[in-house]
Design a protein. Structure first.
Length: 534
């Protein structure tokens, strides 16, 4: 069994939905995280708290980048490499020394010391729960802020809140204050998602509804996974005229809808289904794979030679493409593998071979009149937002069954990789509006919020009075911050599954149920009957 630097073979991590026994991973991560990786990620988090404590208004662009990268590194299925996390810890320590040169070490400045994360994991259960919401949500927001940053946009409000929240993790604060900070994080994340939406749409155009094939054409190809549109753009530029086709995977699917990305003829289609199937789907694939963000699973020997990482993603033994973004090794690997000899007819999990994406808020609101008329005419009775992360646990077919059982006069808005449970289904349309509308990646929850607010304005009511129900699936930390955003907007009666987060204590859950009507999913039949009042 792996050990950490102090010789212990135990760890503590409960940040994702697949955590062991539904309580915490304590001897190894279900995701593949080792004891030493867990210790290093905790140390990195503790160093980020120290950096936040000494920052005192002196942060530079380099400081913000280190904080974003550090938080992003600790998201589930991002980093598996001890070397990469050690490097990130060193960068953080160097930044502390740069911002605080008069401080020569821990003896002279207690703030210089990294926070020992065990004080959080081993502390009072409710304080731990509220601080975990803050830390894990912060990790999620950092991922969104990072994507906006690489496209040239930052928001001082977002950066400053990261400092405030990191400092709070080490402070002795009462539950009420921590709860207020959790809600404030939700609000700040709304601004962060708006920033990313602006970065994406000003750089690549407003998404347009686009049909994406699941078939893979003959010839060399690269599969690009994760959320980073900039990496996709760079890869598309570098593969022009090289005879290599590009296929999206997982959360990269919505990239097909951006006009400036879809203009590249070699951007062909989508490979496979959601992230948790990658070990099976990549096993005998004659193409190269590039991971730009999560979700990377432990890489099997059968395809290890063809997987590449970039940005904060890392895995021992894989070639990492650094900030110079020279994708030559990926392209050469694709050419050497040669691709399929004939068209490979892959399908979604329900057997469909066309996925439609590109229903961002700009598109949906451009047909708002049609939507409103259909509601007033009784053609649309209900809207469901069925979205969030997919995952490996049994029970996630809830979302497939739920969507299949929704009334024929309802619209399903979706986003993030949870949609791979049903995005190959053809549920028809209502007056020309498709019944399933894919709004994009997880960060495009911003789109869903914009649409909900616009509908509430048209119908002169609050979002909670709309015939709209949110049925969310969660897996990792970006879903945590999106949930906080929805709660901070006062959105009630959200259904959450497939299981509740282990880091939500009974007291905090009771608060969320009483104040927001947060409801654990049960069965599609029972939940639909309750939602529709039958
Ligand atoms: Fe366990 Fe999830 Fe933490 Fe991995 S990220 S160690 S699966 S709780």
């Amino acid at each position: 069994m792996a050990e950490n630097s102090s010789g212990s073979n135990s760890m503590f991590c409960f940040q994702c939905e697949q955590t062991a026994r539904g309580t915490a991973c304590t001897t190894s991560g279900v995701c593949g995280k080792t004891v030493s990786q867990s210790e290093l990620q905790d140390r990195l988090t503790g160093e980020l708290v120290a950096l936040a404590r000494i920052e005192d208004g002196h942060a530079t662009e380099a400081t913000w980048k280190i904080i974003l990268e550090g938080l992003f590194t600790t998201i589930t299925n991002v980093s598996f490499s001890d070397e990469a996390v050690e490097l990130q810890i060193q960068k953080t320590r160097d930044e502390i020394a740069k911002l605080h040169p008069e401080c020569t070490g821990t003896a002279s400045c207690p703030n210089h010391e990294p926070l020992d994360m065990r004080t959080l994991w081993e502390g009072n259960e409710d304080i731990r729960s509220l601080k975990s919401l803050l830390l894990l949500g912060l990790r999620g927001m950092a991922a969104y802020a990072y994507h906006a940053y690489v496209l040239g946009l930052t928001d001082d409000k977002v950066n400053r809140f990261m400092i405030k929240a990191l400092v709070a993790l080490g402070d002795d604060l009462p539950a009420e204050e921590l709860l207020a900070l959790d809600m404030e994080l939700g609000q700040v994340n709304l601004a962060c998602m708006a920033l990313l939406d602006k970065a994406n749409t000003t750089t690549y155009g407003t998404p347009v509804p686009t049909k994406v094939s699941t078939f893979i054409e003959p010839g060399p190809f690269i599969v690009i996974s994760g959320h980073d549109l900039k990496d996709l753009e760079l890869l598309l530029k570098q593969t022009e005229g090289k005879g290599v086709q590009i296929y999206t995977h997982g959360e990269m699917l919505p990239a097909h809808a951006y006009p400036k990305l879809k203009a590249y003829p070699q951007l062909k289609g989508n490979f496979g289904t959601a992230w948790q199937s990658q070990q099976k789907e990549f096993a005998d694939m004659p193409g190269a794979v590039l991971f730009t963000t999560n979700c990377l699973m432990p890489v099997k020997d059968s395809y290890k030679d063809r997987v590449f990482t970039t940005e904060v993603v890392s895995y021992p033994g894989l070639v990492h493409i650094d900030d110079n973004k020279d994708f030559t090794p990926v392209i050469e690997k694709a050419l050497a593998l040669g691709g399929y000899k004939t068209t490979k007819e892959l399908t979604g999990i329900n057997g469909g071979n066309v996925l439609t994406t590109g229903f961002g808020w700009g598109t949906v609101l451009s047909v708002a009149d049609k939507v409103v008329d259909a509601v007033k005419a009784g053609q649309i009775s209900h809207f469901f937002l069925v979205g969030g992360c997919d995952g490996a646990r049994p029970g996630r077919n809830y979302y497939t069954d739920f969507v299949k059982q929704t009334p024929k006069d309802s619209i399903i808005l979706t986003l993030a990789c949870g949609k791979f449970r049903f995005n190959d289904l053809d549920l028809g349309d209502i007056g020309g509006l498709p019944r399933i509308m894919d709004m994009g990646q997880c960060n495009d929850a911003y789109s869903a919020i914009q649409v909900a607010i616009a509908l509430a304005n048209v119908f002169e009511c609050g979002v909670n009075e709309l015939p709209l129900t949110m049925v969310l699936s969660w897996y990792e930390q970006k879903a945590v911050v999106i949930l906080l955003t929805l709660l901070s907007l006062g959105i009630k009666n959200i259904y959450l599954g497939p299981t509740l987060p282990a880091f939500v204590s009974p007291f905090v859950l009771d608060y969320l149920v009483k104040n927001f009507g947060l409801t654990p999913t049960s069965t599609p039949e029972a939940d639909l009957a309750k939602i529709l009042g039958k």
